[in-house]
Design a protein around this ligand. Structure first.
Ligand SMILES: [Zn+2]
Length: 372
């Protein structure tokens, strides 16, 4: 008789839990929400996360969506079960270092981990965050949203092809079920390449290339010890500005920012209790100020202290100096400004001094695995 280790049993339990609680296809789900807002609403059955509060949330969100406002109303219902937490998985730049993983931010609400950017080694940081994710009762993963397709924001996607499942309690694990897709939202090739030497590809092409690269990869299934051919299922969506995703817990809006890539976005994430804005990589833009407008958390990049009278040069182009960020934050009025992607800042204290010339509110230079 085969003996099972405790870890195998808990992993198997995790598989069962996922199948029970993850009847989830965001694309279908989103279409249902858009076309028939009320039809979706459960009355307490089905998934345990979806209570009658979901009804209140969706109806209010639907009113805001239909009212012509640029972003959904912030007057959403409060529910302790939908408290939102943010875990910064990586604050790295293209320069590889041991203490900084590639850029990535996790937003957790209602037992689901939504990922914004997926830089190098994101899976390691997610695994290191297991105690936090367990405390937040995370049992579902994704979607993944990409601000732009630079490698410091996307190298982790290859790993996520095979590891985008959560085993209880809050532990990233092998995805061995072909019915569990990796859902990815990101820029298309709109606008073409900045120069003729760089191919203009969007997130669909990126994911297709990754799938092709690993198409023949045998996948070791941990629970049985045997190998089987597992071809990951990917649902990628090329986005345009506006609401790009909505479920009963979050509404994600994309807005265009100005970077060196063909197209780049920032994101505004609305939950029942928080408004969170992520700048992506960008020079100073009004869109960040509009999207935040008194938001709870503004995650913004920064590149050097001050570009000086000549303005940004070379690698600094398409980025925001600390001095400029102070002015952006002064006008955006976040309750908490978090720098999550800093380059060429001599020290957080020096960066803070420059930001303070424009913004007197709360400022944090994030490190990997910081929680907000
Ligand atoms: Zn970057």
């Amino acid at each position: 008789m085969r003996r099972y280790a405790l870890s195998e049993i808990t992993e198997y339990a995790g598989v069962l839990i996922r199948r029970r609680y993850t009847p989830y296809n965001p694309r279908q789900y989103y279409k249902r929400l858009v076309t028939t807002e009320v039809e979706f609403l459960p009355s307490g059955g089905g998934c345990s996360m979806r209570s009658n509060w979901s009804f209140v949330f969706i109806v209010v969100a639907a009113v805001a969506f239909g009212s012509g406002s640029r972003f959904p109303s912030q007057e959403l219902s409060k529910n302790p079960q939908t408290t939102t937490s943010v875990i910064v998985f990586g604050v790295g730049s293209p320069n590889i270092t041991a203490d900084r993983s590639g850029t990535s931010i996790g937003i957790v609400v209602g037992g689901r981990l939504y990922l914004f950017d997926a830089g190098a080694a994101v899976e390691r940081r997610i695994m290191e965050a297991t105690p936090k994710l367990a405390a937040l009762q995370v049992q579902n993963f994704g979607p993944v949203f990409l601000t732009h397709l630079d490698m410091d924001h996307t190298l982790g996607l290859a790993t996520l092809l095979y590891y985008h499942s959560i085993a209880a309690p809050g532990r990233l694990t092998n995805t061995s079920d072909s019915g569990t897709p990796l859902n990815v939202y990101g820029p298309g090739p709109v606008g073409g390449p900045p120069d003729a030497d760089r191919a203009a590809i969007g997130i669909d092409a990126v994911m297709n290339h990754l799938q092709t690269a690993f198409a023949q990869q045998p996948f070791a299934r941990g629970i049985s010890g045997s190998n089987l051919q597992y071809n990951p299922v990917v649902h990628s969506t090329e986005i345009t500005p506006g609401i790009v995703y909505r479920d009963s817990l979050v509404t994600v809006s994309a807005f265009k920012v100005s970077h060196k890539t063909a197209i780049a976005f920032g994101f505004r994430i609305q939950t029942a209790d928080r408004v969170i804005v992520i700048s992506g990589d960008t020079s100073p833009v009004e869109a960040v100020i509009d999207a935040c407008s008194g938001c709870d958390l503004l995650f913004h990049e920064v590149f050097s202290l001050d570009f000086g009278p000549q303005g940004p040069r070379d690698a600094a182009q398409g980025h925001t100096s600390a001095l400029e960020l102070g002015e952006i934050a002064r006008r955006a009025r976040p309750k908490h400004l978090v720098i999550y992607h800093d380059v060429r800042i001599p020290s957080p204290a020096a960066g803070l001094d420059a930001i303070r010339k424009g913004f007197s509110g709360k400022v944090t230079f994030a490190q990997d695995l910081d929680t907000f």
